[in-house]
Design a protein around this ligand. Structure first.
Ligand code: UD1
Ligand code: CA
Length: 460
């Protein structure tokens, strides 16, 4: 078996993005663009992956620090041909085929790359280019063939004659090369063209001149090889990837009410019989169990949701765990490092931060629970607030099993409420409460006899 290496071009700035961030770092379904061609390359079983960086190379290297990647540096962006030359050293002792990918062509599938490699080898080509037909070929290099249909050369848009501009078959920017041919051909390319750049595309004409075999493989679906050059194309590719994510999940038994208005990142996992309502964003490394209901307008990121969980509309959950059969929301805010236990109910306008809530406990309305450890079967009355911050430091609150916290209670941390205790509504608790106590910490009500003709306050 011949060896296979991959070179991914990612040195360009992507001027047409009008961004201070390198193009390949822009996100598609929550992952930087470059992730996608790298992943497709891995599916081919490529033994070596060389990424050519230049613009913001440190950020690119930091973002993709995977150990299977070797980096090459292109100091100045002198064109795609020059970019490949920068990989020469990294491939000095390599003999075999080189798959050439671009960091800005993210929708390419591993299966198509495998077809390209097999075809290239069967045909014993020196270079095989992946092409497609486009309704609007503007901006792409055109594939020029002779009368027999053999590929002659690739002409860039800016160098093309009016006749050549009419060609609808274009260069995808993806190729398979015989490595020895590639680097020899690159030695003879020049920058005498409209853009003053070293074009990798010139290797096709060079192959023809040197009587080496050049071929092409046509991809029927032009979307798969679309290049991302501006934000319009970025949005289009993002939509396409998200559509694929949702279709994969629907085929695995997840109900998506309105796929056009549901947004899931690449790494999100969802179990079967879970239903997701529109305008929901599930992002980052989020995992949802089976038979859950995620109502509309929810944002869940970096969280693990168990099975049979209901997340009611407009709830925000971040960096937390929600266990089986819990109910959250509507309008709940679960902030990082929270752990919501089985069968717990967190209701409307409840904010929870760095707090664990034990099995079957309830905080049904209007509360703030921060830095708190709550046992099981606890009832947190409406309006309960943990005063966890003294202006300098955060302090913990502990509420043990079966405690009942009356409505509108303030728990001034650090404080501990013992098991089975009952706190009267409206209390301000500043000291620990022993187990099984009845504690009331509020001003005593006084009822006085009203004087005749006393004007009530506020009325004159
Ligand atoms: C390129 C092709 C064009 C093809 C199109 C497909 C050339 C000359 N043209 O045009 O035929 O139809 O892709 O999308 O190859 N890059 C570097 N260093 C450089 C220049 C570019 O690393 O000096 C990288 C870019 O980061 C990018 C890729 O190469 O990932 C393609 O470069 P880009 O400038 O986008 O080329 P296109 O004009 O799209
Ligand atoms: Ca491009």
């Amino acid at each position: 078996m011949r060896k296979l290496a991959t070179v991914v071009l990612a040195a360009g700035q992507g001027k047409r993005m009008k961004s201070s961030k390198a193009k390949v770092l822009h996100l598609l379904a929550g992952r930087p663009m470059l992730h996608y061609p790298l992943n497709a390359a891995r599916e081919t079983g490529s033994q070596k992956i060389v990424v050519v960086t230049g613009y913001q190379q440190e950020q690119v290297r930091k973002t993709f620090s995977d150990t299977d990647i070797v980096y090459a540096l292109q100091n100045r962006q002198l064109g795609t041909g020059d970019a490949v030359m920068s990989a020469r050293e990294a491939l000095a002792d390599f003999n075999g085929d080189t798959l050439l990918l671009c960091g800005d062509i993210p929708l390419i599938k591993g299966s198509t790359l495998k077809k390209l490699i097999n075809f290239h080898r069967e045909e014993e080509n020196s270079v095989t280019v992946l092409t497609t037909r486009k309704n609007n070929p503007a901006g792409y290099g055109r594939i020029v063939r002779d009368e027999k249909g053999t590929i002659q050369k690739i002409v860039e848009e800016k160098d093309a004659s009016p006749q050549e501009k009419k060609i609808s078959e274009v260069n995808s920017g993806i190729y398979c090369f015989d490595s020895t041919f590639l680097f020899k051909a690159l030695d003879s390319i020049s920058h005498h063209n409209a853009q003053n750049e070293y074009y990798l595309t010139d290797t096709i004409a060079i192959a023809r001149e040197q009587k080496n075999k050049a071929g092409f493989l046509l991809v029927p679906d032009e979307t798969e090889v679309m290049g991302i050059n501006n934000r319009i194309e970025l949005a289009r590719a993002d939509g396409e990837i998200r559509k694929q994510i949702l279709e994969r999940l629907m085929l695995r038994g997840v109900t998506i009410i309105d796929p056009q208005n549901t947004y899931l990142d690449l790494d999100v996992q969802v179990g079967k019989d879970t239903a997701i309502y529109p305008h929901t964003f599930l992002t980052g490394n989020t995992k949802i169990g089976e038979d859950c209901l995620i109502e509309s307008g929810c944002q869940i990121s970096e969280s693990k949701i168990g099975s049979h969980v209901t997340i009611r509309c407009n709830s925000v959950i971040n960096g937390s765990v929600i266990r089986d059969r819990a109910t959250i929301g509507p309008f709940a805010h679960i902030r990082p490092a929270s752990d919501i236990g089985e069968e717990v109910r967190v209701g409307n306008f409840v904010e929870v931060k760095k707090t664990s809530i034990g099995k079957k406990s309830k905080a049904a309305h209007l509360s703030y629970l921060g830095d708190t450890t709550i046992g099981s079967e606890v009832n947190i009355g409406a309006g309960t607030i943990t005063c966890n911050y003294d202006g300098v430091k955060k302090h913990p609150t502990v509420i043990e099993d079966n405690a009942f916290i009356g409505s509108n209670t303030e728990l001034v941390a650090p404080v501990k409420i013992g098991q089975g205790s009952l706190i009267g509504a409206g209390s301000t608790i500043t000291r620990d409460v022993p187990p099984d106590s009845l504690t009331v910490g509020r001003a005593k009500q006084v009822n006085l006899k009203k004087k005749p003709n006393l004007t009530p306050p506020g009325k004159s």
